[in-house]
Design a protein. Structure first.
Length: 96
């Protein structure tokens, strides 16, 4: 048994470059105890994900606003329809 880490170089699953194991972050529960992406790819991914998270948040806010507007319009239409029916019913019964 060697005291040296058996993995000295590793190929990054993302950029496909072979890098020294120091270029990979530690990760439990894997055979070689290393991340499958190098640290460069990891930080690039985090950056990409942050900006896409922001894009998603902007899109979600727009969707929520559109949904609320549609719901409000629908509710108003229902209320108007109800009011019209109610008025017609009252008139039919001679209540107005
Ligand atoms: Zn990489």
């Amino acid at each position: 048994m060697s005291a040296v880490d058996p993995v000295e170089v590793k190929r990054c699953a993302r950029c496909e470059l072979t890098k020294p194991s120091e270029a990979f972050g530690p990760r439990a529960h894997t055979r070689d105890r290393l991340q499958s992406w190098c640290k460069d790819c990891g930080s690039q991914y985090q950056r990409d994900r942050r900006s896409s998270d922001e894009a998603v948040a902007v899109r979600d806010r727009a969707q929520v606003a559109a949904y609320r507007a549609a719901e409000t319009a629908l509710r108003k239409r229902h209320r108007d329809e109800f009011d019209a029916l109610y008025d017609a019913e009252r008139q039919k019964r001679g209540l107005t």
